[in-house]
Design a protein. Structure first.
Length: 305
């Protein structure tokens, strides 16, 4: 059974008013326990609205959101419990910090789940370790932290609730390259250790390319694809038509394939690209030209979303 599912989900802003706008229309997706899903789409594609329906922040106009097979809106009075199971970290989550100390801020969620002070404290320390937040910072005011430390504290506050599903909306926005890489590595380690389900919303194709097993592609309020990352990025021209791009190394490999090189157009990392290119370069040095595959000669392997 999928851990999270939507069935024909539609959400309309301002329904019945002159400002009515359909943000998400007839979207059906199925996500298995333990998956790492990347969510991509240009601004206005509907991805932010969609993820807010997944933990009950907004109620669909029509259709269903199912968590472990149960409609999250079957009992509206219990929707708060759904938000503990599907944790959401918003873009610039440091704006949500409010307690006297970082420790109290991280403990806030677990205590609202009914945990004792000692249990909430244990959860907070564990979550701080997961996000790389140094222990000496926990007794400081959140407002004394650096931008990257605030981001980690806010994420730790959601992780401390131990959600079955963790949704991260542009968690690295505004961070410098080193801070981004460190935070993504910590998220990856958290996923590997806990084995929970993660949805990462990002404009960085490089980030989702190296972290996500599957990609959900949104455009114009519709699901364009939910497929393995490599498969999605192997269709670079189709992504460009909806205002997206592939990772730079993938683009290079696709251009090489067009020129006759027998390489995989869905390569996602520099290391994988080198493994494919080295034998080709050796062969090219010996023969003076790169061999073409049958698929390359016939222009196969391309299809639209």
């Amino acid at each position: 059974m999928p851990i999270l599912e939507t069935k024909n989900l539609t959400y309309i802003y301002g329904q019945g008013t002159p400002f009515e706008k359909t943000a998400v229309e007839d979207v059906s997706i199925s996500i298995e326990k333990g998956e790492f899903i990347g969510v991509i789409g240009h601004t206005g594609s509907g991805k932010s609205t969609l993820i807010q329906t997944l933990n009950g922040l907004i109620r669909p106009t029509s259709g269903q959101v199912l968590l472990n097979g149960h409609d999250v809106w079957a009992e509206p009075k219990k929707i708060r419990a759904v938000r503990f199971q599907v944790g959401m970290v918003f873009q610039y989550p440091e704006y949500q910090l409010f307690e006297e100390t970082v420790l109290k801020d991280i403990m806030f969620g677990p205590k609202n789940q009914g945990l004792s002070d000692s249990e909430a404290r244990d959860r907070a320390y564990e979550a701080a370790r997961f996000t790389g937040l140094r222990e000496e910072l926990l007794e400081k005011s959140p407002f004394e932290l650096s931008g990257g430390e605030k981001r980690r504290a806010a994420i730790a506050g959601v992780i401390a609730m131990d959600p079955e599903v963790l949704i991260l909306d542009e968690p690295t926005a505004g961070l410098d390259p080193r801070g981004r890489d460190v935070l993504l590595a910590q998220i990856s380690q958290y996923h590997q250790k806990r084995g929970n389900t993660i949805l990462l919303v990002s404009h960085s194709m490089e980030d989702v390319g190296r972290m996500a097993g599957r990609l959900l592609v949104m455009s114009g309020g519709h699901k364009q694809a939910l497929a393995p990352t490599k498969e999605v990025f192997s269709r670079g021209e189709d992504l460009e038509k909806i205002g997206l791009r592939v990772p730079q190394i993938t683009k290079i490999m696709q251009e090489l394939q067009k020129q006759g090189w027998p390489v995989d157009p869905g390569v996602l990392t520099v290391d994988d690209a080198l493994k494919q290119l080295m034998p080709c370069l050796i062969q090219k040095g010996q023969t003076g030209s790169a061999p073409q595959t049958q698929q390359t000669r016939e222009g196969g392997g391309r299809h639209a979303f």
